[in-house]
Design a protein around this ligand. Structure first.
Ligand SMILES: [Zn+2]
Length: 153
């Protein structure tokens, strides 16, 4: 599949994961088309290591590589050490719905990641709090609309 790789200056480098037990699906809870270079810079300005997701699916269905797939991300507190994070642009909690192009791209990304990590289970970010038994990391992410679609992908 076609993934756009950006030439971003990651400020803190990366650490690798020892295992990949989960593919965690997110929404960005923002607009469905964002300037991803600007977001990268904003996150760097906050002292973060650029973007915490491994892959971002834009509203037009384009997939952008965030952190390398093998690296530890910053997208799901408690499971970052053993998961890959894929985020769709948009807010799917009682607001928007993923575009057809995003749904197709999500399917393609899941196939691609399952080839790399056959043992990994696909979950929505909102499932993490229960898995790690920490209500403090509870979230509506990836939104009800997208979450309900996950079972049929
Ligand atoms: Zn999330």
């Amino acid at each position: 599949m076609n993934i756009i790789t950006k030439d971003w200056p990651w400020p803190h480098g990366f650490s690798g994961r020892n295992s990949t037990n989960y593919i965690i699906i997110h929404h960005t809870a923002g607009p469905q088309m964002q300037d991803i270079d600007e977001i990268f810079q904003e996150h760097c300005n906050l002292g973060w290591n650029g973007i915490g997701y491994h892959r971002v699916i834009k509203g037009d269905g384009t997939t952008v590589q965030g952190r390398p797939d093998w690296a530890i991300g910053a997208h799901a507190e408690g499971l970052n050490y053993c998961s890959v994070g894929v985020s769709l642009e948009g807010n799917f909690e009682g607001v928007g719905t993923p575009t057809e192009a995003q749904i197709q791209a999500l399917k393609d990304n899941i196939v691609d990641l399952k080839e790399k990590y056959p043992e990994a289970k696909i979950i929505g970010h909102r499932e993490v709090a229960e898995i790690v038994d920490n209500p403090q990391v509870a979230t509506a992410c990836p939104g009800e609309t997208l979450y309900e679609m996950l079972g049929s992908l």
